[in-house]
Design a protein around this ligand. Structure first.
Ligand code: ATP
Length: 365
């Protein structure tokens, strides 16, 4: 559990009740979040949820109205002016969305930029080490206009890592890259951070990106932290309908709990399959979360009719269907592209999930 893991790894960055408003607009509200040494944590949420503001607060580019921020145990910001530590004195590196490289400087000079106070020999060795780490040892003399998008990102990473920051912040790190390059650079950024042994905090609105690179994901909405956990934890066991829906397609089955059985419109499941269903939900109505790959549909000729196709979207390898069930529930199903089921077609529907299922109280709409 969350607390158990926390005691095994030290929090190198700690946000405690951090609040920041712009006029009457509360961008970040009472945000508390420990970030563990060496982990890569991603702030994930829709546009305007406050993730960039959170990153800027950690960097020292904004001051909080209340709460406190600690880096390596040292308080770097709180509601009062006195405890504010300037960005350059925080041991925090930032990789900006547009990489912000110096155009007239070579890759090596860019990487050396933050190492003014190092002696020449140490600086040279550090630059070489970093260019090696990011896979650009052969491009030390190239200027940014001679580098590809992915290579520019590598230089930006190397430059931010060179002064050995405790924490590296990455603002929408892949938004300036072509789609093809994004997936490759996700792997690379993760590898580079892990090899450098730095603690990373990144920001994105892309749930697939967040889940694929992060050790933990912190889902935000409306300035608030909704849930934080490992990608599979937040995906499989969302604590709110918002998190369930933001991380992927989510449909809900109206179900009744009857002793050890949960009756759903797609058949009965054992109560032990419903994740963390509390005893007070004996004989209660609940909504059970299903994802498209938990649901199988087949043409109705083969068996009884369970529903009717109301929506169909071809996605290449799979097709996403929306099916209205007899009881009015609407579920989404992923189906192999080879077998075409038409719009309006009557279908048989089966709950194929073998994992435990998340649920919400019905009144919680
Ligand atoms: P996006 O993904 O679009 O960048 P975000 O989740 O990063 O969104 P923030 O940029 O942190 O969100 O903004 C949170 C809220 O604070 C928004 O309503 C935004 O309009 C407001 N806000 C952010 N910065 C400022 C500012 N400097 N002045 C006024 N309002 C601001």
């Amino acid at each position: 559990d969350e607390r158990g893991q926390q005691s095994t790894a030290e929090a190198v960055l700690e946000l405690d009740g951090v609040t920041k408003s712009f006029g009457s607009e509360c961008a970040v509200e009472e945000l508390s979040l420990p970030v563990r040494e060496g982990e890569l944590l991603t702030l994930l949420g829709p546009s305007g949820c406050g993730k960039t503001t959170t990153l800027r607060l950690i960097a020292g580019l904004e001051r909080p109205d209340g709460g406190s921020i600690r880096v390596g145990g040292e308080r770097v910001a709180a509601g009062d002016e006195r405890s504010f530590v300037a960005p350059e004195r925080r041991d925090v590196g930032v990789v900006f969305q547009d990489f912000a490289l110096f155009p007239h400087m070579s890759a090596a000079e860019n990487v050396a930029f933050g190492l003014d106070d190092w002696d020449d020999e140490a600086r040279e060795a550090r630059v070489e080490e970093l260019l090696e780490l990011v896979g650009l040892a052969d491009h030390a003399a190239s200027t940014p206009d001679e580098l590809s998008g992915g290579q520019k990102q590598r230089v930006a990473l190397a430059r931010s890592l060179a002064p050995e920051p405790e924490i590296l912040l990455l603002d929408e790190p892949f938004s300036n890259l072509d789609v093809d390059l994004r997936v490759e650079m996700r792997e690379e950024v993760r590898r580079i951070l892990k090899e450098a042994g730095v603690t990373g905090v990144s920001v994105t609105h892309d749930q697939e990106e967040a889940m694929s690179i992060s050790d933990r994901v912190a889902v935000m909405n409306d300035g608030q932290l909704m849930q934080v956990g490992r990608p599979e934890e937040v995906f499989q066991h969302p604590e709110s309908r918002f998190v369930a829906g933001f991380l992927g397609h989510a449909s809900f089955l109206s179900a009744s709990v009857v002793d050890d059985i949960v009756e759903t419109p797609l058949g009965r499941v054992g109560r032990d399959r419903i994740h963390g269903l509390a005893p007070e939900y004996d004989r209660a109505e609940i909504d059970v979360l299903v994802r498209p790959d938990d649901v199988l549909i087949r043409p109705a000729e083969e068996g009884r009719v369970d529903g009717r196709v109301t929506y169909r979207r071809y996605l290449g390898p799979t097709v996403l269907y929306r099916v209205e069930l007899e009881n009015g529930d609407v579920v989404e199903a992923m189906h192999n592209h080879a077998e075409r089921v038409e719009l309006e077609a009557p279908v048989g529907v089966e709950l194929a999930a073998t994992h435990d299922l998340a649920w919400f109280p019905t009144e919680d709409h």
